[in-house]
Design a protein. Structure first.
Length: 85
């Protein structure tokens, strides 16, 4: 299981907290949540199968890279106004 990432972003006068985590081999999902005032306003759940080759399911470097990419994608979508929350 990979350590997650946390970021705080101000967008259009609101402060958002973005948290991304790996749920591990037994529950193979990468999950990102967008919080506003402590409440989850958006949940993005991606299965390993969507972003990794089956041979990479236990490759910690590949999982970490996929988690970084998902976290950055959520940040980019939020600050560009494309992430509907």
């Amino acid at each position: 299981m990979q350590k997650g990432f946390n970021s705080d972003v101000e967008f259009r006068g609101s402060n958002y907290h973005i948290q991304s985590e790996d749920w591990g081999f037994e529950n193979p999902f990468l999950v990102s949540r967008v919080f506003l005032s402590g409440a989850v306003v958006k949940n993005i759940k991606t299965s390993y199968a969507e972003v990794l080759r089956p041979s990479s399911f236990r490759d910690s470097r590949a999982i970490r890279l996929a988690l970084i990419e998902q976290h950055q994608w959520v940040l980019d979508q939020l600050v560009s106004g494309q992430l509907i929350v």
